[in-house]
Design a protein around this ligand. Sequence first.
Ligand code: TXA
Ligand code: MG
Length: 338
Amino acid sequence: MEYNTVLLTRSEEDVKKAADIIKNGGVVGMPTETVYGLAANALDPKAVEKIFQAKGRPMDNPLIVHIADKADMEKLAEDIPDAAYKLAEKFWPGPLTMVLKKKSIVPDVTSGGLDTVGIRLPVHHTARELISECGVPVAAPSANLSGSPSPTAAEHVMNDMKGRIPAVVDGGMCPVGIESTVVCFEDGAVKILRPGFISGEDFTRAGFQVVYAKGITEELDAGEKPLSPGMKYKHYSPKANVTIVSGTLEQFTAYVKEHNGKNTYSMIFDDDILSFPYRYMTYGNTVQEQARMLFHVLREMDIVGAEQVFVRCPVTVGAGLAVYNRLLRAAAFEVVRL
Ligand code: TXA
Ligand code: MG
């Protein structure tokens, strides 16, 4: 079906319109603090199927279910470990998704056929208002076409979803900019399946034991099954070939000089610009800025027709690990170490 996609504001009236679409089994572009999501009634298999169609997403990749109230976790999940309640207390509302044993109320299509469900309580005001107004939990993957960089502005969602969904709610630029941290629980430890803005160090500081799933910073072996199905797909890629280059600014500059070709761009830190003589876009200095800018800049690279992008390697501690993880996928794990 071809839609005449409307851009709604975050006014109460428009949020009600968006909620009506969702209550009637439709899909709406929804702002969150991390990235925009494609939201539909998580408990309605037909509505959830429309998300997969709009995105072109493989059916075995489960969706995150968004709630507006902590108590709703127990409506969706059972055998919830103590650690999950503690994490919810400390980090919800916020960019954290917890994978828990699902109750049968969650349709198989929502959980990608798994017996678990990822649950998240976002902090973004409009997201919470919209979910509350719907009165049902809302399934929402990132609102990009499958394989493209996640959308961090309503305009990005429009670019990818125009004609494919009835409406997008414009909630402004996403303040976090990368997707939520996805965790499950294993023998009392918090296991990070997808790194995010809330980092392993944050969990450690909060008194949790932390383990990392394989596939976060290294490629899985052929045929190896990741714990988070999304990790097996090439992701976040602009059309250009992306290469991460790790080294000092001097080394980076010398490398670009040697490999500079037609439509080659660099993604550098703000502080680099005074001594960098080639075509560039910047993605901030701090980890927070880099997270917020990353997908925006990757999309800009498409707009200018970049064919090769050299990226200065971010620090990989704290939330930097999440920035590095997304870049690795955009680069199909191509890293040059100088
Ligand atoms: O910040 C976010 O998480 C955004 C916003 C919209 O909330 N959503 C998002 O959804 O990034 P998506 O579908 O693009 O990524 C969800 C990731 C995928 O890698 C998926 O495989 C994993 O979470 N996931 C979801 N449910 C899971 C489950 N039951 N078990 C393991 N991994 C799960
Ligand atoms: Mg995604």
